[in-house]
Design a protein around this ligand. Structure first.
Ligand code: KG4
Ligand code: ZN
Length: 330
């Protein structure tokens, strides 16, 4: 729930059901969504102290994501808006991760570069204000925010690299936060993993996953307890590798575009190793660095609300015939 650009409540219904299957099962995700959406909206209104009849607009995630879950949210938003006779606002999930930086102060100045790292995406996003349209008012809020992908992954996302490594190590889903936890006690230089040789500002993480699979397989041939005995060091070394790959490209992007307003966003930006290394690099490179509050890194309603707020100011509303998109570029 958001009013005048300020978050009033931010609720999430966590889905623990997927842990049993070692990954998100799309069918189960949409069924859980269907079950949760009414009580969660009710709780969010209650927590904000707002009556549904006071709402001026309803925002929803159009994509990218799992189509079943997106359909639940889209259909619910449309029906509720019809009943209350208010407009709907469609939000791009990956834009919302970047715009999470506009929830709290300090906010990045435009233009800025954001490294968005989540379970499905790894993107370097150049974010700026669109050229002012001479026919309309040109206050800051009237100008549209534009985003351009200047680098992205060719295969796995950074979050997938964490989650797949965790699976190889026998850890439950989602493994990212667990690797983070074990890594705190480990030596990041204990083991060496290969860095991909990808030109420009793009990424690749599938080779790393394969290297870790072979590394574990070779070691347990000699010692079946190898993973258990070295879990902290393996996690610290894998995390160090992923963080180094990410930050090397972020630095390259900052240099190429001559920008020193730099942000990170998405689920993996909750990683303590990435946060620490990012701040250190920022100090060395003279960047102004921006990291979202923990609750705004992994998927959350507040980032959808703030993205919708900018569209609301532009009266950028969707129509009732809108459909969700599993793939939806920035
Ligand atoms: O943005 P997000 O919540 O959902 C997607 O849009 O995908 O990101 C989820 C991803 C998962 O891969 C999860 O393992 C990872 O973020 N993640 C982390 C941490 N917290 C969440 N990865 C590493 N360290 C963390 N602390
Ligand atoms: Zn996300």
């Amino acid at each position: 729930m958001l009013a005048d650009g300020k978050i009033l409540s931010n609720l999430t219904a966590n889905q623990t059901i997927h842990q049993r299957f070692g990954g998100v099962v799309p069918e189960l995700a949409s069924r859980d969504h269907e079950k949760n959406i009414v009580p969660v909206v009710h709780e969010a209104l209650k927590a904000a102290g707002v009556d549904k009849r006071q709402l001026n607009a309803i925002a929803f995630t159009r994509g990218p994501g799992l189509i079943g879950s997106l359909l639940v949210g889209t259909s619910f938003a449309k029906s509720m808006a019809l009943t209350l006779n208010v407009p709907i606002i469609e939000v791009n999930h990956m834009q919302a991760h970047v715009l999470a930086h506009f929830i709290d102060d300090p906010k990045p100045a435009m233009p800025f570069i954001c490294l968005t790292v989540s379970g499905g995406h790894t993107q370097l996003v150049l974010t700026s204000l669109a050229d002012a349209d001479t026919n309309v008012a040109t206050t800051e809020t009237d100008r549209k925010i534009q985003m351009k992908i200047i680098g992205e992954t060719f295969d796995d996302a950074a979050g997938e690299a964490f989650d797949k490594t965790a699976k190889i190590l026998g850890l439950p889903y989602p493994g990212g936060p667990l690797i983070d936890q074990y890594a705190r006690e480990g030596n990041p230089l204990a083991f060496n993993f290969p860095h991909p040789k990808i030109d420009g500002l793009n990424f690749s993480f599938s080779g790393l996953k394969t290297a870790i699979l072979y590394f574990v397989r070779d070691h347990i041939k000699h010692d079946p307890d190898f993973v258990k005995k070295n879990l902290n060091d393996i996690c610290a070394s894998v995390q160090h590798t992923i963080v180094t790959i990410l930050l090397t490209k972020l630095k390259k992007a900052a240099e190429e575009f001559q920008i020193n307003e730099i942000a990170i966003a998405g689920g993996v930006s909750a990683n303590s190793g990435l946060r620490k290394a990012f701040v250190e690099m920022g100090k060395k490179e003279n960047w102004n660095t921006y990291i979202p509050d923990f609750q705004y890194c992994t998927d959350n309603a507040a980032m959808i609300a703030i993205a919708a707020w900018f569209k609301y100011l532009n009266k950028d509303f969707a129509t009732q015939d809108i459909t969700p998109l599993a793939r939806y570029s920035l």
